[in-house]
Design a protein around this ligand. Structure first.
Ligand SMILES: Cc1cc2nc3c(=O)[nH]c(=O)nc-3n(C[C@H](O)[C@H](O)[C@H](O)COP(=O)(O)O)c2cc1C
Length: 362
């Protein structure tokens, strides 16, 4: 097997797999939940406003909250003012960031209207000035990375805007580039175009030398988009030549995908995830939410996310469990719901538990 842990500038990760920033999901509770299952080389915060960080916004600081277990951690900044992002980057490093990432892929109007997110792909001078300012602002041992799309429009993708910008960002000091294989116009629709990611890999390789898994070779390009299974990871690497794979939504239903995909790459076998471990994962997540956000918010958040978290429990046949969690009014209700489902699983020994309880699947 050819799998190599990812090298991002001076930083060597344990695997070549990264947890993507997903606003509304990727808080400390979720990152810890995914990490404790294994296989995560690097996780990232949601996008952070440097103004929010520097003005002491509690909500932004909460998004940036980390701890010793949550390492290595990338903190992602968005915006268009190089000096402000540089100051934000220093804030992040002072609060424990292992990597500082610059968002160049967010398609949301609120962000793009102020020239941040993927709008930066259309104003490369500003994008480069940001990478340069952030690089200069923080110590050399903290890599700067950027996450982008294939370009704003189809025509941009055709012109390899991402490959050209990636090279300029590396010249300005970026140690790795993540490419989500869609344009901004596509938002999250349509298929991810792996050939577009491949083009960026090739362009960066031609300019700086091929990535060779060490700090000596060219910079890493990380492939992202629509990776749902360990096989998708192999395909992404095989079809693009990318050095690492970033996974976002695929982890909602399979937070163990990182462990499985790393096992698949290193041993050829993704291994099994027992049903009991899936339930333990729901509880681990709930307990972290309780710890960091208090019971009311933990109940609300778990209720919001259980549809996703349940998609791989008992082959997605777990409607009674999901309903009970959504209806839970106290932490004990959640523990009882999970315990009842656990006992039912053990008793029935079946894969399809919707039958014994007689409730149709969603
Ligand atoms: C709800 C949602 C929120 C997202 N938030 C961020 C973000 O804060 N920063 C970022 O760089 N990308 C963000 N993304 C994009 C993801 O990181 C990722 O590039 C995209 O979902 C494709 O990868 P996936 O198919 O593995 O999810 C978000 C995507 C979604 C669906």
């Amino acid at each position: 097997m050819l799998a190599t842990p990812l090298q991002i500038g001076p930083l060597r990760l344990e695997t070549n797999l990264l947890l993507a920033p997903i606003a509304g999901w990727c808080d400390l509770a979720w990152r810890m939940t995914v990490r404790q299952l294994g296989g995560v080389g690097l996780a990232c915060t949601d996008l952070l406003s440097p103004v929010g960080l520097l003005c002491g916004s509690e909500a932004t600081a909460d998004l940036a909250r980390t701890n010793d277990f949550d390492k290595p951690i990338g903190m992602q900044l968005y915006g268009s003012d190089p000096a402000l992002l540089a100051e934000g980057a220093r804030w992040c490093v002072d609060r424990g960031a292992t990597v500082v990432d610059i968002n160049m892929g967010c398609p949301v109007d609120k962000v793009c209207k102020k020239d941040g997110g993927s709008k930066l792909m259309t104003i490369p001078e500003t994008a480069v000035a940001i990478a340069d300012a952030v690089r200069r602002a923080i110590p050399d041992n903290v890599p700067v990375t950027a996450k982008m799309r294939l370009g704003w429009t189809e025509a941009d993708a055709g012109k390899n805007v991402a490959g050209v910008l990636a090279c300029r960002l590396v010249e300005a000091g970026a140690a790795a580039i993540t490419v989500h294989g869609r344009t901004t116009e596509q938002r999250f629709k349509g298929n991810v175009r792996r050939e577009g990611i491949r083009r960026v890999v090739e362009t960066v390789g031609e300019r700086f030398g091929a990535y060779d898994g060490t700090a000596v070779g060219g910079p890493a390009v990380i492939g992202n988009g629509d990776v749902r299974t360990p096989d998708d990871v192999l395909d992404m690497i095989g079809q693009t030549g990318c050095a690492g794979v970033m996974i976002g939504r695929g982890a909602f239903a399979r937070p163990w995908i990182f462990r499985q995909a790393w096992a698949m790459q290193t041993t050829g076998d993704e291994g099994r995830v027992e049903e009991s471990e899936k339930l333990d994962t729901v509880l681990y997540y709930f307990n972290r939410l309780r710890e960091f956000r208090g019971d009311a918010n933990a109940l609300f958040k778990l209720g919001q996310k259980i549809s996703w978290l349940g998609k791989d429990i008992n082959g997605s046949h777990c409607r009674p469990l999901k309903d009970a969690i959504r209806e839970a009014r106290s932490a004990d209700d959640v523990y009882s719901a999970v315990q009842e489902w656990r006992e039912l699983s053990v008793r029935s020994g079946a894969q399809n538990l919707s039958e014994p309880v007689g409730i149709a699947d969603e």
